[in-house]
Design a protein around this ligand. Structure first.
Ligand code: FES
Length: 314
């Protein structure tokens, strides 16, 4: 049974809020979160994972697993990170969910998350306006929006040979070209780079903490696992602070060679750990494999800059 919006939210046999909206996964068409308006207090909108729902005895009531004071631990909804189904067309949505009478939210496409909402829609409008006449807007918009939720590419890209690496625990840059194809633009080639370190066992331990590192696709399925004792470690060429390119440099104040980002002077050791500067997390490790001939292949994963957690964008 699906509750109606404004249904009572019950936790620990007490009414703690009202169901205001639902958030759905645009790919699976399943509800991922409920947005619950707290009763009393600031009346904040809290984003509660759907797994917290214990039962929906009728359309007017949702029973939660957590206790009566448990609602506070869920994050306040960041409304700017979502669009409504009035703003983005999701095909066949109505097959899985009753979209009326309330609002259904979907996450703003990852590639647009750093862009203010107003600018995002303004850009979209300009692109469409140059291409089409008004009566065609709707089907074209549908076509343009869909690739934003396309799965990540998880292709292996050859970047060079390990012969280039002469020293252990030392950063060596490898460059490659990647082709991007936006729905409404011709293909574009982008020069990119990564850094590879031939890691000693101590550095491997510092990178992986003794655990294999899994990489997921957009659905959370594992696409590759880096073994914790594999000697070659690849890092994204983008600084996790704000995405600048960094270098392997001799940093006198710390007495040795390390990764230095010139933009805001974040410094990382060979294991990618932040030694100094504003970077919010360690360098981003990429999926890597090395074949018998020593050719290095990576998957060009990109994460959102400026945040503590790795949020995959590409
Ligand atoms: S972008 Fe690298 S330190 Fe700011």
């Amino acid at each position: 049974m699906q509750p109606t919006l404004t249904a009572k939210v019950i936790a620990g046999e007490k009414e703690v809020g009202r169901l205001e909206k639902v958030i759905m996964d645009p790919l699976s068409h399943e509800i991922s979160h409920l947005v619950v308006k707290e009763l009393g207090g600031a009346g904040s909108l809290r984003q509660v994972p759907v797994q917290e729902v214990q039962a929906v005895p009728n359309e007017e009531e949702v029973q939660m697993r957590f206790s009566a004071d448990g609602l506070e631990r869920f994050p306040v909804l960041e409304r700017d990170q979502f669009v409504t189904v009035k703003e983005v067309e999701i095909a066949h949505l109505e097959d899985n969910i009753h979209v009326e009478p309330g609002e259904v939210l979907v996450p703003l496409p990852c590639l647009e998350q750093g862009v203010p909402r107003r600018m995002f829609f303004a850009n979209m409008t300009h692109a469409i306006g140059g291409l089409i006449a008004l009566p065609l807007v709707f089907p074209v918009l549908k076509y343009l929006m869909k690739p934003m939720y396309a799965p990540f590419e998880n292709n292996w890209i050859s970047v060079g040979n390990i012969k280039k690496i002469k020293k252990d625990d030392s950063g060596v840059q490898f460059k490659f070209t990647r082709t991007f194809k936006e729905a409404f633009m011709p293909p574009q080639e982008v020069e990119k780079n990564i850094w590879v370190v031939k890691a000693t066992p101590k550095t491997q331990e510092a990178v992986y903490g003794g655990n294999d590192k899994k990489f997921m696709d957009h659905k959370g399925d594992v696409v590759w696992t880096n073994k914790h004792n594999a000697p070659y470690v690849a890092y994204s060429g983008k600084c996790p602070h704000l995405g600048c390119g960094y270098k392997w440099r001799n940093v006198k104040k710390l007495g040795g060679e390390m990764f230095l980002c010139p933009c805001h002077l974040s410094i990382y050791d060979a294991a990618g750990k932040v030694l100094d500067g504003p970077a919010p997390r360690a360098l981003d490790v990429l999926p890597i494999q090395v074949n018998a001939a020593g050719e290095i292949q990576i998957i060009d994963v990109e994460y959102k800059a400026g945040v503590n957690d790795q949020i995959r964008l590409l």
